[in-house]
Design a protein around this ligand. Structure first.
Ligand code: NAD
Length: 303
């Protein structure tokens, strides 16, 4: 049985839904859990200590160890200060807190954009920045950030949310590179589960069937010392787990030696540019940039 004894984990937004299941699962495997939750509405209004307190109570009554924290994730490093003061270390971060302010683009107010980005993206930067120094020092860290299929594929009325949810994927990709030599892994998970966030868009059978506890085991695996995968993006729900990767067409060099590159060159070769029959799966920026260098080797850059 895989255990997490002695590890300290911060799960943000752990008072309800998916975050609650992650917190319960971590405690069951022996981790000390900081249950962060602001306790507001699903659109980010108000606050309450009740959701976090109830989860802590549930963990304690099953013999686990947990403490509540009621700060908004926007408080950033202050939450890590609390974790360190309470348990003396931080091993695992699960960035899960979330709200929705769905509106189609023309109706979206600045505050709908800013609040959603503050909670889903900026907080991940602020909290991670402070936790990072501890993780580097102990040469161990596991960071899992919750993304969304709305970001990966797009979803009507979720411009603010989609942008933030893909923003965290980019953030994790870079931190995976920066964390490599310190045994800090950084991954993203786009889950699906019935919760108060999805109740308004899913029929009742789906809300009941897509249980949050079907996502928790993946979050725990990505947080475990034995899991070394980093810079990955997964989708998970209903008991199914899949991994995503980039696919790039072989592409086509439309520029010709000694001639200016034109709009017509692009139009004429559009089918070749978009043809995925001989595609490639770049896994890092060097791999991706190799195409440009190869092109410059066969063409000069004087045109
Ligand atoms: P939920 O509303 O049940 O839980 C979110 C929790 O985050 C709530 O307890 C809320 O109080 C807390 N929270 C909100 N703002 C906070 C803040 N500023 N500081 C601290 N806590 C805050 O929602 P959920 O469905 O469990 O969603 C959890 C995460 O999963 C979110 O990031 C969400 O975007 C993401 N997600 C969920 C689904 C899904 O199908 N449920 C799909 C894709 C992504």
């Amino acid at each position: 049985m895989l255990r997490l004894d002695g590890k300290v984990v911060l799960v943000t937004g752990a008072g309800n839904g998916l975050g609650k299941e992650y917190a319960l699962a971590f405690a069951e495997r022996g981790a000390k859990v900081v249950v962060n939750d602001l306790g507001g509405s699903s659109s980010g209004e108000g606050q309450s200590s009740r959701p976090a307190d109830e989860v802590v109570q549930e963990i304690k009554s099953s013999g686990g160890e947990a403490v509540a924290n009621y700060d908004s994730v926007e408080a950033g490093g202050k939450i890590i200060d609390f974790v360190i003061k309470t348990y003396g270390r931080i091993d695992i971060l699960v960035h899960n807190a979330g709200i929705l302010r769905d509106k189609s683009i023309a109706k979206m107010k600045d505050e709908d954009w800013d609040l959603v980005h503050g909670v889903h993206l900026r907080s991940v930067f602020l909290i991670t920045r402070v936790a990072w120094a501890y993780m580097v020092k102990q040469k161990f860290g596991r960071i899992v950030t919750i993304s969304s299929s709305a970001g990966i594929y797009g979803n009507f009325g979720q411009a603010n949310y989609s942008a933030a949810k893909m923003g965290v994927v980019g953030l994790m990709q870079t931190l995976a590179v920066e964390g490599k030599k310190y045994n800090i892994t950084c991954n993203s998970v786009a889950p699906i589960a019935g919760s108060r966030l999805t109740r308004s868009v899913m029929p009742d059978e789906m809300v009941d069937g897509l249980k949050a506890k079907y996502v928790a085991p993946l979050i725990l695996w990505l947080s475990h010392p034995e899991c070394k995968d980093s810079g990955c993006l997964f989708e998970c729900g209903a008991g199914w787990i899949g991994k995503l990767r980039w696919e790039r067409s072989a592409g086509y060099v439309v520029r010709k030696r000694g001639l200016p590159m034109t709009l017509e060159d692009v139009k004429e070769n559009w089918d070749k540019i978009c043809d995925f029959s001989d595609s490639h799966h770049p896994t890092n920026i060097h791999d991706a940039n190799a195409k440009y260098y190869a092109t410059l080797e066969v063409l000069d850059n004087n045109d």
